[in-house]
Design a protein around this ligand. Structure first.
Ligand code: HGY
Ligand code: MN
Ligand code: MN
Length: 412
């Protein structure tokens, strides 16, 4: 059946989409926390990859794995000289994650392909489904490793030499789970469907966000070194407490984000005092910092200030310090034609949308300079994400996936 412009008037199968997301959500599930953990290149990530590849094969896709473990499934078009329209996201998770972050974009893309297949729709251009390696950066930094490699932004050797906290390299883990390949698929355009992971769509009761850009992200890992000593017998004015220096740094980073304003955010997500014992003054303390901002000059100012604060908070207490930047993704503005396409399709489907900037980083951030790119967001209940409470209603998942389907149909 076609619409009045001759386009196939299809709808995706919402129940099938939700059941696929739930099946992936059972991999790495922890009943105690209610979350699931599929850190990149772990056994759980391998199980998730195996499931995705099986489903890709069942849809007749040509599955290719590249040198960093990115998975591509290609549905061929009638004109082999055309570059594919690519859709996708990631299936790795943070620790104790919800089931939608990343998976929605991958299985939303798979649902589009299933819908085209069951309706026997042939397209001129190929359609490629991508699952990028280590988008989250929860185990190996930098995050968005798969798209950094795919777009040639960072070299393979540098990425593969990244170590997790146990000293295991990405290269060894990629080999261990059997996902180091040699294929690739070039994208002509890229669309990433994702949950918003923030509060705006849910608060405004809007079903669709059309993402016009993504804010810049910078991550650091550092360590302060002072002196371990007895908690009872060391007077307060004779201490070199590394944890206190880090605590002050966390508070200063918050003040900085508030002072810069304009959506600036700063987070110390991880600290690790040593020896981590109740009656010992922490002689060492490692930490991470995450700073984000959309506007270029404020992003630059914030990054400089963070590095100044790391130095100042250590020196104030006579602590030694070291730190390095472990990830950086500049802000991007998406292709206006792709943004307008997603808006037009939403309106045609009777779905209200708003243009927005993404607070979270995504592989689309690196695909964007490489080929015309856009993202489609759906609401996250109460703006919760990167936690077990992450939730998106089935109707919203279905709506977003229909916007993806019809955006794809206009491009292929
Ligand atoms: O935005 C994030 O923290 C993630 O790496 N995508
Ligand atoms: Mn994600
Ligand atoms: Mn995430």
């Amino acid at each position: 059946m076609n619409d009045d412009k001759g386009r196939p008037d299809l709808r995706i199968n919402g129940e099938r989409l939700v059941s696929s997301i739930k099946e992936m959500g059972s991999i790495g599930f922890d009943p105690e926390t209610g979350g699931r953990t599929r850190l990149a290149l772990s056994d759980a990530d391998k199980k998730g990859r195996d499931l995705l590849c099986r489903w890709m094969h069942e849809e007749g896709l040509d599955v290719k794995i590249d040198q960093i473990g990115n998975i591509f499934g290609v549905r061929e078009g009638t004109d082999p000289s055309e570059l594919p329209v690519m859709v996708g996201s990631h299936i790795d998770t943070v620790r104790d994650a919800g089931m939608f972050d990343g998976v929605y974009g991958v299985f939303g893309g798979l649902e589009v392909i299933r819908t085209l297949n069951e309706n026997k729709v042939r397209t001129r251009k190929p359609l490629a489904l991508a699952a990028f390696t280590n988008e989250e950066g929860a185990r190996f930094q930098p995050d968005m490793m798969g798209s950094l490699f795919y777009t040639g932004t960072v070299g393979l050797e540098e990425l593969l030499s990244s170590k997790d906290e146990n000293g295991l390299t990405a290269a060894d883990e990629l080999d261990r789970i059997g996902y180091r390949g040699s294929g690739t698929v070039r994208a002509g355009r890229y669309i990433e469907l994702h949950i918003e992971q923030g509060p705006r769509l849910y608060a405004e009761g809007l079903p669709i966000g059309v993402v016009r850009g993504i804010q810049g992200l910078a991550w650091w890992a550092g360590e302060y070194c002072g002196e371990s000593n007895h908690a009872g017998s060391t007077p307060m004015d004779m201490r070199k407490d590394a944890l206190l220096g880090v605590a002050e740094l966390a508070a200063e980073a918050e003040k900085l984000a508030l002072r810069l304003g304009n959506g600036s955010v700063a987070t110390m997500g991880k600290i690790s005092p040593k020896p981590d014992i109740i009656n010992i003054i922490p002689g060492k303390c490692s930490f991470t910092l995450d700073f984000r901002q959309f506007e270029k000059s404020l992003f630059e100012e914030g990054k400089g200030e963070i590095e100044r604060l790391i130095t100042a908070c250590a020196e104030k207490r006579g602590l030694k310090y070291n730190f390095r930047k472990v990830a950086e993704a500049p802000a991007v503005v998406f292709d206006s034609g792709m943004v307008e396409l997603a808006e037009r399709v939403s309106a045609r489907l009777g779905l209200a949308s708003k243009r927005m900037v993404s607070g979270a980083s995504h592989d689309a951030q690196f695909l964007s300079p490489f080929c015309p790119t856009v993202m489609i967001f759906v609401p996250s209940k109460d703006g919760r994400s990167h936690c077990p409470e992450e939730w998106t209603e089935a109707e919203d998942l279905e709506n977003g996936c229909n916007v993806l389907l019809h955006s794809v149909l206009e491009l292929v």
